[in-house]
Design a protein around this ligand. Structure first.
Ligand SMILES: Cc1cc2nc3c(=O)[nH]c(=O)nc-3n(C[C@H](O)[C@H](O)[C@H](O)COP(=O)(O)O)c2cc1C
Length: 193
């Protein structure tokens, strides 16, 4: 596959099995995050890796967080979260080390973290792994972030080897989201009724 084929065939999946990336592979994959555009070189990305026997303890922290931020969550949703966080081959908590006082706007710092996460997803795909970025109300829970040693969460990546039953999602036509400016405001095909 060409590099373009790799980019164009990536798809998120939570149908993941072992193996997760080995330590050296993981560092290579995370190195791609550090190629994300980073205004001011603030390096706002932080990664907490949870694997193996540490997963059930994370799942319990997730359930405790849900009790705080989603007290009305049905038992089935709680059990689904407990099961996923206990059994995914690897979980990477995406942390944001933000500097609100800095002249670089906060949103640019957050986008840098997001760009890093996108690189990780592409690197996983390129190396035969897969993953998905998940969030939920618990991402706003400062106690959960602190449990992980983070000041702010941007979500979690579930990481592993795709189980092979992956579907190929239909993708949008980029022409609908693109316009050429000729001196007047543009309109987009995507916004037409
Ligand atoms: C910040 C962020 C949070 C997300 N949270 C969730 C989530 O909690 N649950 C979910 O099913 N998808 C979530 N998604 C979407 C998936 O990561 C994924 O993009 C989506 O399933 C579409 O798959 P694709 O990446 O192959 O287009 C989130 C995406 C982003 C960028």
């Amino acid at each position: 596959m060409t590099p373009m084929d790799m980019l164009l065939t990536r798809a998120s999946t939570d149908r993941l099995q072992d193996p997760a990336p080995a330590p050296a592979q993981l560092m290579d994959i995370l190195a791609t995050a550090m190629r994300a555009p980073d205004h001011g070189r603030l390096q706002p990305w932080r990664y907490v890796v949870i694997a193996g026997e540490n997963r059930p303890a994370l799942a319990e922290r997730i359930v405790a967080s849900m009790a705080r931020v989603e007290p009305e969550a049905p038992a089935a949703k709680i059990e689904k979260r407990r099961s996923r966080f206990s059994t995914m081959p690897m979980i990477i908590a995406l942390g944001m080390h933000l500097r609100p006082e800095h002249k670089i706007p906060l949103w640019e710092q957050e986008m840098c973290v997001a760009a890093g996460a996108m690189n990780i997803l592409n690197a996983l795909h390129t190396t035969g792994f897969g993953g998905v970025w998940v969030s939920g109300a618990l991402v706003e829970d400062p106690i959960l972030a602190a449990d992980l040693g983070l000041s702010k969460l941007a979500g979690f990546l579930f990481v592993g080897t795709p189980d092979g039953a992956q579907h190929t999602p239909k993708r949008a036509d980029p022409a609908l989201f693109t316009a050429h400016w000729h001196g007047q405001p543009v309109t987009f095909g995507a916004d037409k009724d």
